[in-house]
Design a protein. Structure first.
Length: 233
């Protein structure tokens, strides 16, 4: 059995919450951070989680990384079709980070700058890479991670579901260990709260999802913030 906590908040500045998240019982977890004018971001992220859910419910297990990636591809088509059919939705897109657990393995598929973290033996590791412009600069050595955190273009994505011609989906699996804790979150958390503080909250909070949201809000809450925390027994 796993302990699951989830929470989302519009934040202190924005008027709409363009994030969507879903827990598909028993052990699939999805966060999505939509973008686009007016309400398009909300439509994109909601379409993502609903399409992924419908796809997975129709697909027999194991829900491995290939299946998760197929679910994202299906959502990609649906979102880009919607964007083509309605000019209010033109250019909309969403991040997608999906984690699936079975007895032995963790599988993930990922597009964008939402993140999957794993806390294991008091070590917090960011499992996913951000598909952002500044992250490419960091990897090339042109920016330090500290510079990237405050860079004016840090919100520019190079990959988004529904919004680019051809999406590239990161996908992999790794063995699960007892005591592992997983965090899926949107950038409304990671732009406000550093990894060290996230780790402390995961280690100590009664309800880590609520505590992470609270930390993002205390730090300014400049963006929508969504988190799912999964503790493996
Ligand atoms: Ca965001």
């Amino acid at each position: 059995m796993a302990k699951i906590f989830q929470a989302t908040h519009v934040g202190k500045v924005r008027r709409n919450n363009e994030d969507s998240l879903i827990v598909i019982e028993p052990k699939i977890f999805v966060v999505a951070d939509g973008m686009g004018g007016a309400k398009a971001g909300e439509v994109a992220s909601r379409t993502l989680v609903e399409t992924v859910k419908n796809f997975l419910l129709k697909t027999p297990p194991p829900w491995n990384e290939k299946i998760l990636a197929s679910a994202i591809l299906t959502a990609n088509k649906k979102i880009s079709d919607l964007a083509r059919q309605n000019e209010n939705y033109s250019g909309m897109g969403t991040t997608a980070t999906i984690l699936s657990l079975d007895e032995k393995l963790a599988y993930f598929a990922h597009v964008g700058d939402s993140r999957l973290y794993r806390l294991r033996n008091n070590f917090l590791e960011q499992i996913t890479e951000d598909h952002s412009y500044v992250e490419t600069l960091v990897r090339r050595g042109d920016l330090t991670p500290e510079e990237a955190r405050v860079h004016p273009m840090k919100n520019v994505l190079i990959q988004a579901v529904g919004a680019v011609e051809k999406i590239f989906i990161d996908q992999a699996n790794f063995p699960v260990e007892g005591g592992d804790m997983f965090l899926l979150c949107t950038d409304g958390l990671t732009n406000m709260v550093d990894d060290e503080s996230i780790k402390k909250i995961l280690q100590t909070a009664q309800n880590p999802a609520d505590a992470l949201i609270e930390a993002a809000l205390s730090a300014g809450g400049k963006d929508n913030v969504s988190v799912i925390v999964v503790g493996v027994d």
